[in-house]
Design a protein around this ligand. Structure first.
Ligand code: NAD
Length: 474
């Protein structure tokens, strides 16, 4: 007979493992199934985020930033380190250690919370019977009163530039180069392309990014994207917009790319190619017969506003459902679903999910862009403030960027906050809290911000909405 649980979660990424811990905290008998295998060949919890996504990329971004600062930025402080060298093996080894620490941490948290971890590939069948195939091919059935699908997403593969793990790689491959490729090509100037392109550029690669869209970072506010584009150009990132890849041929010398842009057909030779053109829901092989669970035209599990699939006891959360593919969004959905299952009130506000791009300068935003507000016909006003006029930023020698606040012209309620600059990944939290509490620009303007801090840029931008910023002409 199959073992019965209150909750079975398929997937142990940020949506799944967090849902499992919360369900167990609420007294539910919980199992979490995952098929990810780490670099050491052993099952590893944490999904894409911990194994080959957020955490390892931040480790490399930090190492490469330290190196870049040492070789480029420290001179302004009177520190010279002209002969500094980077040992890529040590850098990648440090990244692997961090990954292991965090994936091992989930194993410990599961033990502490009495969550059963099951290694293998799960298929959901009718009546919430979950079949798990382990590494040896042995299949075992489990049943549950509730199943949460949290299978995450996988990189989209271009048919004419298939991943081979050697010359043409996805995000995971680009975390493990043994040396900076002399010439790195990147397809897609999105989050992954910009973050991993920055890592290898800082370590000496010549990086060319081909982006199909004519606008740079179309999802971000245009003012913020403009500043970012200027800074990335200064750093030597060669970003070519409106460039549609036709083919990528692997030869003796590397990869030859053929693409078309406004000027016609172009070719580009690179040593390695990172393809980062988005991700799709990982739902292949997930559903058995007659589950009643529906997939949309992009392969995502269909859910309502409560992450319910419409099938009794079957829920879905994270990258495999609608909404932004962000770890923190998935985690909050996981918690909300666990709480709903336990009879509590779980809810996620998709309108106040922060976005962050961990380049240098960083980008962060929450809410609507100015273009979206304009298109919706909402009367609005904006205020912005440059980091160049912030004492702390000047002392840090990191003055590029600005904060921009968009507020309703009549009610003053904040509609969006957009930032590019130093450590804005942390500054955005204040904007999220204010928006979550339905705050106004005046609220932000009247809150005391410590001096001298970077957060004063948020304060001044809020004051600027009402044309009363102190440290700039309004
Ligand atoms: P993305 O959607 O951020 O960017 C993909 C880019 O590729 C887009 O600009 C798109 O226009 C372009 N593109 C698509 N097809 C193309 C083609 N044929 N030729 C050239 N350009 C093409 O996707 P991503 O960077 O692959 O990231 C995947 C997901 O992972 C995203 O949803 C992202 O939010 C998430 N992620 C988030 C973070 C973070 O929060 N910092 C970091 C990494 C990844």
């Amino acid at each position: 007979m199959s073992e019965k649980y209150d909750v079975i979660i398929i997937g142990a990424g940020p949506a799944g493992y967090v849902a499992a811990i919360r369900a167990a905290q609420l007294g539910l008998k919980t199992a979490c199934i995952d098929d990810f295998v780490g670099k050491d060949g052993k099952p590893a919890l944490g999904g894409t985020c911990l194994n080959v996504g957020c955490i390892p990329s931040k480790a490399l971004l930090d190492s490469s930033k330290q190196f870049h600062n040492l070789t480029h930025a420290f001179e302004a402080h009177g520190i010279s380190a002209k002969d500094a060298k980077m040992d890529v093996g040590t850098m990648v080894g440090r990244k692997d250690k961090i990954v292991k620490q965090f994936t091992g941490g989930i194993t410990s948290l599961f033990k502490a919370n009495k969550v059963t971890a099951i290694a293998g590939f799960a298929t959901l069948n009718a009546d919430r019977v979950v079949s798990v195939k382990d590494a040896e091919g042995k299949s075992t059935d489990y049943t549950a009163t509730n199943v949460i699908i949290a299978t995450g997403s996988v990189p989209i593969e271009l048919p004419f530039a298939k991943f081979d793990g050697k010359h043409i790689v996805d995000n995971a491959g680009a975390l493990d180069f043994s040396a900076p490729p002399k010439r790195l090509g990147v397809i897609g100037a999105g989050v992954i392309g910009l973050e991993l392109g920055s890592v290898w550029k800082r370590l000496g690669s010549e990086v060319t990014i081909l982006e199909a869209l004519p606008d740079f970072l179309a999802a971000a506010d245009a003012d913020i994207a403009k500043v970012a584009a200027r800074e990335f150009k200064k750093q030597g990132l060669d970003i070519r917009l409106g460039a549609k890849l036709g083919k990528a041929e692997v030869g003796k010398k590397g990869v030859t790319l053929t693409y078309t842009d406004a000027k016609g057909e172009q070719t580009l030779e690179v040593d390695k190619l990172l393809v980062a053109v988005g991700r799709r829901a990982a739902t292949k092989g997930l559903l058995g017969d007659n589950t009643g669970v529906k997939l949309d035209d992009r392969g995502r599990v269909e859910v309502d506003e409560h992450n319910w699939t419409g099938v009794e006891g079957v829920w879905a959360a994270g990258d495999c459902v609608r909404g932004p593919m962000l770890a923190h969004k998935g985690s909050e959905e996981g918690i909300a679903v666990a709480e709903l299952i336990a009879g509590k009130a779980g809810h996620v506000n998709l309108d106040t999910i922060p976005w962050v791009i961990y380049t240098e300068p960083e980008l962060a935003w929450v809410g609507q862009t100015e273009a979206q507000v304009k298109e919706a016909g909402i009367p609005y006003k904006t205020g912005s403030f440059p980091f160049a006029a912030i004492g702390r930023a000047v002392a840090m020698n990191e003055t590029a960027g600005q904060v921009k606040v968009i507020a309703h012209a009549e009610t003053d309620r904040i509609l969006g906050v957009h930032m590019v600059g130093p450590v804005v990944s942390e500054l955005i939290a204040e904007a999220v809290v204010t928006m979550e509490f339905k705050g106004s620009a005046e609220d932000l303007a009247r809150i005391v911000h410590a001096h001298p801090t970077l957060s004063e840029a948020v304060h001044e931008a809020a004051l600027a909405v009402d044309k009363r910023a102190i440290h700039k002409a309004n």
